[in-house]
Design a protein around this ligand. Structure first.
Ligand SMILES: [Zn+2]
Ligand SMILES: [Zn+2]
Length: 365
């Protein structure tokens, strides 16, 4: 192995074990690899799901998949970025060769997470090999990733803001524009006001939605939600679907976007749409979350229920579009961040997420 240098990183040793901030040793980038010094990394609910076993990747791993930084070195054959370039990390690179890729559905690439099996680093203290979580291992001062995991950062976007483009914004924007295909004048309900929920609210505003109802268990997020575009705010209860119909001439919203991943919110989202309405599920739940529908209501309501992976986004195509929305002020990346923290702050950020508090915590290096 070539020369290694040590940097600090947040490591998950095993399922359910507490995160450890420790030194890791990274190799120089090999052929087709890029070494990146992180500027910032967002703490996403999926990081929590990976650490507690709701989602599985090989462990021990360096988590973090929403980041941006500066290229410090490139391996042989890498030509699309150079040392000194600002880049956004893409945790789901597409192979271009599998069946979904051949259909242009790159967000469903069968090989997107192959890199998770690699060992990209090792602990400085005991030499244990480490996996790169969702490919990019962004909870670290530096990381080494496949060249397909870095996209040039669009001009004019500070790297700390650009980090959010890598997961929350692509997901929320894509849920509205690619999955639900919200049209101007439609009414939209967004369930869950975390990082993705806030991005979804902003995307609904960009789409020209007439009414945007935000729903969350916490009354404390109303101001954040309204600043992101919500015209109405509801604290989740047994009567949420009825309240939403009340706000929309008894019909229900045209589109509901569920950003929680729980059976009760998926069911409520579906119930809150009009006849023929569309529900997009962005939230990632566990196998214990069983959603029930009866056969008659599926027929009668004529509704659609769709899953949505990574916003059905093609990062290479969508980043420039998002950047243009940022430059014109339609998309406010800074407004998604509710807390700026250091690497050591990630466990507390996980606790906040479990307690339903806050929007996006951003690790700033
Ligand atoms: Zn994420
Ligand atoms: Zn593919």
């Amino acid at each position: 192995m070539a020369v290694r240098t040590a940097v600090r990183a947040a490591v998950v040793p095993a399922v359910g074990a507490p995160l450890e901030v420790t030194g890791i040793e990274l190799p120089e980038p090999g052929p087709g690899q890029v070494r990146v010094r992180l500027a910032a990394a967002g703490v996403c609910h999926s990081d929590l799901s990976l650490s507690n076993g709701t989602m599985r990747v090989p462990l021990p791993a360096v988590l973090g998949h929403e980041g941006a930084g500066t290229v410090v070195a490139v391996g042989e054959g890498v030509t699309h970025v150079l040392p000194g370039d600002g880049v956004v990390l893409n945790w789901a690179p597409s192979c271009g060769a599998c069946h979904p890729c051949s259909l242009g559905e790159v967000w469903l690439c069968a090989n997107a997470l192959n890199g998770a099996a690699n060992k990209h680093a090792r602990r400085a203290d005991d030499g244990t090999d480490l996996h790169p979580g969702l490919n990019v291992a962004a909870f670290a001062e530096e990381t080494v990733v496949a060249a397909s995991c870095v996209l040039p950062c669009p001009d004019g976007i500070p790297l700390t803001d650009a980090a959010l483009l890598g997961c929350a914004v692509l997901t929320g924007y894509g849920a509205v524009h690619h999955s639900a295909k919200v049209r101007e004048g439609e009414a939209v309900a967004v369930f869950g006001v975390g990082g993705v929920g806030l991005a979804t609210l902003q995307a609904a505003r960009i789409a020209g939605a007439s009414r945007i109802v935000a729903v969350d268990v916490s009354p404390a997020k109303e101001e954040l939600a309204r600043a992101a575009g919500a015209t109405d705010y509801l604290v989740a209860s047994d009567t949420t679907a009825r309240e939403i119909r009340g706000l929309t001439g008894k019909q229900g919203v045209d589109v509901a976007v569920e950003c929680v991943g729980r059976a009760v919110t998926i069911r409520t989202a579906w119930d809150s749409t009009r006849r023929g309405g569309r529900t997009t599920v962005v939230g990632i739940g566990g196998k214990d979350q069983q959603v029930a529908f009866n056969a008659l209501e599926i027929f009668h309501w004529g509704r659609t229920l769709s899953g949505c992976v990574y916003g059905n986004a093609d990062p290479a195509r969508d980043l420039p579009v998002l950047a243009e929305h940022v430059r014109t002020g339609r998309l406010d990346l800074g407004a998604l961040v509710t807390e700026r923290i250091a690497l050591d702050g990630i466990p507390a950020a996980f606790e906040n997420m479990l307690a339903g508090k806050g929007g996006r915590a951003l690790v700033v290096f």
